[in-house]
Design a protein around this ligand. Structure first.
Ligand code: A3P
Length: 304
């Protein structure tokens, strides 16, 4: 199945000029040992990419000293986390810094997607690919999305009320946030060995515990020596908002990741906090969104 995500018009004004290449994009060919990092936009994709890369590549790229002189060439210190794990649905993949050819990547591949579980290529399930899903409190998602759109919109301005209405109406490229979370949640409940379901807020509260869990799920558990040497804490520090957001390639410059519309590298790093919604949502908005989410998630066992 070919998943074609139409570029947002305000991000890609001349989308039609690329249409031929969009339809020509080769769909991903899942492999049994692929690991798919799945998120709804603004739920911590950048963070999850960095953590998963650091955890799975630590024999090739040791973490120890990655912050100091010896580790200056460590990939996450020189490459934007967005460019370290490719999206499977990027229609203009050949414009991406990682380039087009997912087939050429060695196994096991780390891949990323915003596509809802219900719309993933069937072979992802058939091949037994494992998925790490990260969700986030929807009230923080709407705030993050609003800031992001206005930062990368190139003159386009979205009022907060509009961003809020879009989220509660389920108006999004990737479908309603509740359906997105529920699709992966149900799969995680049915097959916990196939889907690791993470929550941004829980990760922030206990990053060390969650990074250990992530490593186990990715089948590269930390050894006792590593734990004793503080490697888990080093991974957490290296991938922290404070560390990553200050690195030159993450805090300055622009990159064209979707084709035709370069965006600031810093757009992926804003506050990195839990609960910023309290500074933006009125009481009425809070009650409305909470009620919708409660109703949509009723009986699923999922809460934010
Ligand atoms: P805020 O806008 O609330 O600050 P995505 O990566 O899915 O686009 O999500 C972006 C959100 O994740 C932004 O949230 C961003 O600041 C936050 N973020 C980016 N890097 C992070 C990190 N290393 N740790 C925690 N949060 C991070």
């Amino acid at each position: 199945m070919v998943v074609t995500i139409r570029p947002l018009p305000w991000l890609l004004a001349d989308a039609t000029a690329h249409d031929e290449r969009v339809t020509a994009a080769r769909p991903v060919q899942p492999r049994h040992d692929d690991i798919l990092l799945a998120t709804y936009p603004k739920c911590g994709t950048t963070w999850l990419k960095a953590l998963s890369f650091a955890v799975t590549n630590r024999s090739r790229h040791p973490i120890a000293g990655a912050g100091a002189g010896a580790g200056d060439h460590y990939p996450l210190l020189t490459t934007h986390p967005q460019d370290i794990v490719p999206f499977i649905e990027l229609p203009l993949r050949h414009l991406h810094p990682l380039d087009a050819d997912l087939d050429a990547l060695p196994s096991p591949r780390l891949l990323c997607t915003h596509v809802p579980h219900q719309l993933l290529p069937r072979r992802v399930d058939e091949m037994g690919c494992r998925i790490v899903y990260m969700c986030r409190e929807p009230k923080d998602v709407v705030v993050s999305t609003w800031h992001y759109i206005n930062k990368v919109g190139n003159g386009f301005f979205l009022h907060f009320d509009q961003a809020f209405d879009q989220l509660v109406d389920g108006f999004s490229l990737y479908g309603p946030i509740w359906d997105h979370c529920l699709g992966y949640w149900k799969k995680a409940m049915e097959e916990p060995e196939k889907v690791l379901f993470l929550k941004y807020d829980d990760m922030m509260a206990d990053p060390v515990g969650h990074v250990k869990k992530l490593a186990e799920f990715l089948r590269v558990p930390f050894t006792d020596e590593e734990i004793g040497a503080g490697v888990v804490e080093e991974v957490v520090r290296l991938c922290s908002f404070e560390k990553l957001s200050r690195l030159p390639m993450n805090s300055s410059g622009v990159a064209d990741r979707i084709g035709g519309r370069p965006m600031e590298n810093s757009a992926y790093f804003r506050k990195g906090e839990v609960g910023d919604w309290k500074n933006h949502l009125t009481e009425e908005m809070t009650n409305k969104l909470d009620a919708i989410i409660e109703e949509k998630l009723k009986g699923s066992g999922l809460t934010f």
